[in-house]
Design a protein around this ligand. Structure first.
Ligand code: AMP
Length: 176
């Protein structure tokens, strides 16, 4: 295996038209997850800007965000915080409800999951309209923790999600 050649991460993302509903092009990341070199390169590149920056916790958004959060947390020698859909966490939670294209959704985190002032990196697979990540940032700030950065594997730039995260350190490895 030649590890010196850069990995073309884009070639490991499969476009699935009309999933989960007509008009949506779903970015399927499972080919990237299944390839050790591509997955490793993605995790290294997502973690790199935050090395030595004092990140204590990495928060992942259910569910694909968990895959990236746990691997990045190991690279940064940090712990993990789970941001989950309503009703999944067993202890007392804080919650945030945010707008979707049609209706609303709710995210939750365990109370006390991060001590006030803790520098935390938020991670998810895809930045689309930005509603989910914005809600997750609000939730982290309800804990009193500090959002030190927001990192995505993929950004769907044409949906303008970055605007919802203005003023934050937002990064994505692959932009469409
Ligand atoms: P949004 O709140 O619109 O930024 O949506 C972000 C969430 O929805 C992320 O957790 C993604 O996993 C998922 N998502 C949105 N659009 C797509 C897409 N086109 N392909 C794959 N996942 C998506």
């Amino acid at each position: 295996m030649n590890t010196s050649t850069p990995v073309d991460l884009r070639s490991f993302i499969a476009d699935v038209p009309d999933f989960p509903k007509k008009g949506i092009v779903f970015k399927d990341i499972t080919p990237l997850l299944a390839d050790p070199r591509a997955f490793g390169a993605a995790i290294d590149a997502m973690a790199e800007p935050y090395r030595g920056k004092g990140i204590r916790l990495v928060a992942g958004i259910e569910s694909r965000g968990f895959l990236f959060a746990s691997a990045i947390a190991r690279r940064l020698d940090a712990g993990i915080v789970l941001i989950r859909k309503k009703g999944k966490l067993p202890r007392k939670t804080l919650s945030v409800t945010y707008e979707l294209e049609y209706g609303t959704d709710t995210l939750e985190v365990h109370e006390g999951a991060a001590a006030p002032g803790t520098p935390l990196l938020l991670v998810d697979d895809v930045l689309a309209t930005g509603g989910t990540a914005k809600g997750a940032c609000e939730l982290i700030e309800k804990l009193g923790a500090k959002v030190a950065g927001v990192s995505f594997l993929i950004e769907l730039g044409f949906l303008g999600g970055r605007k919802k995260l203005s003023g934050r350190d937002v990064r994505a490895l692959i932009a469409y």
